[in-house]
Design a binder for this molecule. Structure first.
Ligand SMILES: [Zn+2]
Length: 170
């Protein structure tokens, strides 16, 4: 048996490494309980920005992939130090979920309550369209309020200016 033949025999005895899913890479993840944790490597989608080492899990099936968080904070003039409420959104997938739609990449919308809304990409598109229309309504409401607050502002000042001019001329 020559040297090349024996190498092939050894390689043949090793299980082939499974092909990586498209759009994924291997990342380290810390798994286990205090004092007996280990690093394993898991397939992680390219959009995931979660640090699976820092945010350790007890079991591999607890790993969830998350994208970056975007959000909007709604202020109130009654308490300028705090957002009255917030909405945030990010991409997520839970590879060990029983529900296939949760294993797939989907969109989370979170208002800070314990239950997050989970949307398919199509549902997220519909919500985005509604929010675009809602943004226009917020702008229209602001315009109405601004106009209401300034009703009568311009006329009295104009009258006053005219009075001054006339008074000076008289
Ligand atoms: Zn990940």
């Amino acid at each position: 048996m020559d040297k090349q033949q024996s190498t092939q025999d050894v390689l043949g005895a090793v299980a082939a490494f499974p092909a990586m899913k498209p759009g994924h890479r291997l990342v380290p993840a810390r798994i286990g309980r205090k004092g007996r944790m280990q690093i394993v490597y898991v397939e992680c989608p390219a959009w995931c920005t979660e640090d699976h080492v820092a945010n350790f899990q007890y079991d591999v099936e607890d790993i969830t992939h998350y994208g970056d968080i975007d959000g909007v904070a709604v202020p109130t003039m009654l308490n300028p130090d705090e957002a009255h409420f917030t909405w945030s959104t990010r991409v997520a997938s839970d590879p060990a979920a029983a529900e296939p739609s949760l294993r797939a990449a989907h969109v989370l919308v979170d208002d800070g309550s314990p239950i997050e809304a989970r949307l398919t990409p199509e549902m997220a598109d519909d919500l985005a369209n509604e929010l675009i229309a809602f943004a226009a309504q917020i702008r229209a409401a602001a315009r109405t309020a601004r106009l209401a607050n300034h009703v009568g502002d311009s006329d009295p000042s104009m009258d006053e200016a005219l009075r001054r001019v006339r008074g000076g001329a008289a």
